[in-house]
Design a binder for this molecule. Structure first.
Ligand code: SAM
Ligand code: DTB
Ligand code: SF4
Length: 328
């Protein structure tokens, strides 16, 4: 199947709105043509700098301006990160994603420390990912030189809906960082959140931006909002599983070679619901009992689920170190 990069909203909307079982069937077929559908990538998250963020992302418990129960914590030590990475590796993770509650990276001692963390985890034969906010080209290159494999920077919602959710930066700021990440030859991880009160047209529009990138992101996380007390979105209703499956299936069809990650929200999903997401083309998860600040199923429960569903875990660097994943 040829990977297409000129999707229209109409085309994507037609896919998203197909009768549910047709949509899942088609997504499952695309998945089987392009991927080992029984292999799931496991990434583990670690919050290296928690809380106190100056941004106003209305979903985020780490924004300083909202009164959530998150305790602000200073940067973790490199040794602590290595110990956590080892636990994640022992639990079956092949990728470690280090997150910081920053608006952007600054060229200071904290960034030097992140560079040391990237080097240390890279030596453990794990794929290293960071999500640190906005980056300039030079900072992206420094991370790449340290051995970073992927950079996560989500679009979160559509361009049209962006200012309703975040006012302290623009969609173009987001796209610009993704561009800097690409130019440094890092793999791109970018996706979004559903359940923010967006319309189906917003979901479609966000998928169109991702699917029309000159090279598709190597991974696309689909997060279900975890409503956190104290944030403006604390009272949002839980995302229906049907919407989660539709979003995953549509992402799978429009970006056939991308790793589609069933991300935040698994703690509230049954194994059957998650099985439907895997059927619809999800082939990656975040595992470990915490996401950044909120709970997630623990490794043992996930391994039991994999056993039950006949899924296996993907090894690190299957497409080679420092190489782009397949041809997106
Ligand atoms: N500060 C950096 C940034 O915003 O890019 C990196 C960390 S930020 C917490 C990473 C991503 O977590 C956000 O882009 C968003 O998609 C996701 N996220 C944050 N809070 C969430 C929530 N309550 N539910 C679901 N996803 C959430
Ligand atoms: C992504 O798309 N989801 C992850 C990761 N990338 C950084 C974060 C989810 C955070 C959920 C809320 C929390 O635990 O703080
Ligand atoms: Fe800060 Fe990232 Fe949370 Fe936004 S999503 S408030 S940038 S930590």
């Amino acid at each position: 199947m040829i990977t297409k990069h000129n999707w229209t909203n109409e085309e994507i909307s037609e896919i998203y709105n197909r009768p549910f079982l047709d949509l899942v069937y088609q997504a499952a077929s695309v998945h089987r043509e392009n991927k080992d559908y029984a292999e799931v990538q496991i990434s583990s998250l670690i919050s290296i700098k928690t809380g106190g963020c100056p941004e106003d992302c209305s979903y985020c418990p780490q924004a300083a301006r909202y009164h959530t129960d998150i305790e602000v914590q200073s940067m973790m030590k490199v040794e602590e990160v290595v110990a956590t990475a080892q636990k994640a590796k022992d639990g079956g993770a092949s990728r470690l994603c280090m997150g910081a509650a920053w608006r952007e990276v600054r060229d200071n001692r904290d960034f030097d420390k992140v560079i040391d963390m990237v080097k240390a985890v890279n030596l453990m034969d794990m794929e290293v990912c960071c999500t640190l906010g906005m980056l300039n080209a030079h900072q992206a290159q420094r991370l790449a030189d340290a051995g970073l494999y992927a950079y996560n920077h989500n679009l979160d919602t559509s361009e049209e809906d962006y200012s309703r959710i975040i006012s302290t930066r623009t969609y173009d700021d987001r796209l610009n960082t993704i561009d800097n990440v690409r130019k440094a030859n890092l793999t791109v991880c970018s996706g979004g959140i559903i359940g923010l009160g967006e319309t189906v047209a917003d979901r479609v529009s966000m998928l169109r931006v991702l699917a029309n990138m000159a090279q598709h992101p190597e991974s696309v996380p689909v997060n279900a909002l975890v409503p956190v007390k104290g944030t403006p979105l604390e009272s949002q209703p839980r995302v229906p599983i049907w919407d989660m499956v539709r979003m995953i299936a549509t992402a799978r069809i429009v970006m056939p070679k991308t790793a589609v990650r069933l991300s935040a929200g698994r703690n509230e999903m049954s194994v059957i619901e998650q099985a439907l997401c895997f059927m619809a083309g999800a082939n990656s998860i975040f595992a470990g009992d915490k996401l950044l600040t909120t709970p997630n199923p623990d490794f043992a429960d996930d391994m039991a689920m994999f056993e039950l569903l006949g899924l296996s875990t993907r090894k690190a660097f299957k497409n080679g170190r420092g190489e782009m994943v397949e041809t997106n």
